[in-house]
Design a protein around this ligand. Sequence first.
Ligand code: SF4
Length: 81
Amino acid sequence: MRRTLLQLRVDPIACDGFGYCAELLPERIGRDEWGFPLLAPGVLPPGLLDAARRCVVSCPRNAIVLVPADEPLSGPTTRAR
Ligand code: SF4
């Protein structure tokens, strides 16, 4: 069975920029000068998937999600697990 490759995506409208996600997943999420998350591009390595899931469920604004890596940037977002 083939695993779906996943990446993180942030809804910049919903995000409040407090940065919990960057604290939980510093390997993939930095912060800009206002505190908003800056995501590393590309597919999440398998070793970071659990940490990425914790990051998603810890977001107080539901602003960060895991999506299939081949999902286009425009259009509806599919939440992956
Ligand atoms: S935890 Fe959520 S609301 Fe806070 S900075 Fe990250 S994405 Fe934005």
